[in-house]
Design a protein around this ligand. Sequence first.
Ligand SMILES: [Fe+2]
Length: 454
Amino acid sequence: MANPFTLGVASGEPMPDGVVLWTRLAVNPLSSDPARPGGMPDRAVEVRWQLAEDERFTQGLRQGTVQAQQSSAHSVHVRVAGLKPGTDYFYRFRASGELSPVGRTRTADDPASARPVRFAVANCQRFEHGFYTAYRHLAAERPDVVFHVGDYIYESRQAATVVRPLGPVPGEITKLHEYRLRYARYKTDADLQAAHAAAPWVTTWDDHEVADNYRGRGDGSAAFLRRRAVAYQAYYEHQPLRVRPQGGNLQMYRRRTYGLVADFMVLDVRQHRDATTMLGAAQEEWLLSRLRTSPVRWRVLVQPLFFARRFVPGPAPNLRPDSWDGHQAERARILAANGPGLVVFSGDVHNFWAGDLKADFLDPASAAVGAEFVGSSISSRPPQTDGPAVLAANPHLKFFDGRRGYMSCVASPEELRVAFRAVDFVDRRGAPVRTVAEFLTKGNGLTSENGSSK
Ligand SMILES: [Fe+2]
């Protein structure tokens, strides 16, 4: 068999005592044969994993063997437990005589730790729109953990103008082998592989992992539910998740806590949604309860959609129904939970934004009860949004930038800092990265360190 490690390695779901290790075997990642995903043989393949405290695999070596099953497209999810908190580890796999690249991962901090947490947030990486240079720079920062807030793939048919082609199956995808192939195409990218190999990831999805702007059970048809189920299966097969899909559902909302410093509440704004609710009753109750009772300094919402009110001047609709502006009562209940140290990280809109969260967005005198930071996109093109006009129409929004990039953050007991890291171009390789703005918050609104556009 040829080298099966063409899709890289990854780790994720860090806890104080463990992580999940991931890879997927694919000797021919772009094979479009539905019966042979990744060009792999029609049988299970044995995979050996190793994890140690050093890159030469001599200190504290742990190892084991798992079977990569064809029913999971030969993906591998290894839950390693019994590790030390706040500690770097290195891991690799071996299969059919080939050795994978080495990945670096890190456990979450001890529950009593007050150590600062370094994390990055990324989103929206439409493959044919550009190169993932931003991920190359993110990887070099080696954060404690990377959050991805959705649009990891796009299900859409290939854009009219491409920087690089999707390859086989460029149409809109609806079937299991097509979702697998789309993930494989994305994951062949060396910069994306580098970002996964540099740190553990915690991911949530937005709409394009399934279908544009879908809500919950969609139109309720058997065809849509089948499509959603295969999309969720493919999502699981390509992310380092702890849990697998069951009966067409996948438990996505969850908490990842770093000591006494950061309580990351990762939301699912798609699976439980309908016209009346963004989160669904169970997820909302879980969130409100934790917001009220968390003993941790920063309550961090990690989710895709623009959270603050965003009035867009011009023709209706001036408030976007797919974002939190379409669920204002639910948003108000979250803000009214009044958890101190509330910070929201979002994506979706393909531009950088920063702003204050207000108890009443329509009252300029209303107190700031938190801050929101909206990541741009790794590669996806922005819409024709008039940044300055929207900024002017929303006093609580403080910053806009139209370049591609990611967010690089540090949470400490004293403050939370967010740097917007941008590249000037993605239509060719090699763009340098720069900090276009840096903000800090001590628990209410945000303060600009530099680069304020207002
Ligand atoms: Fe997107």
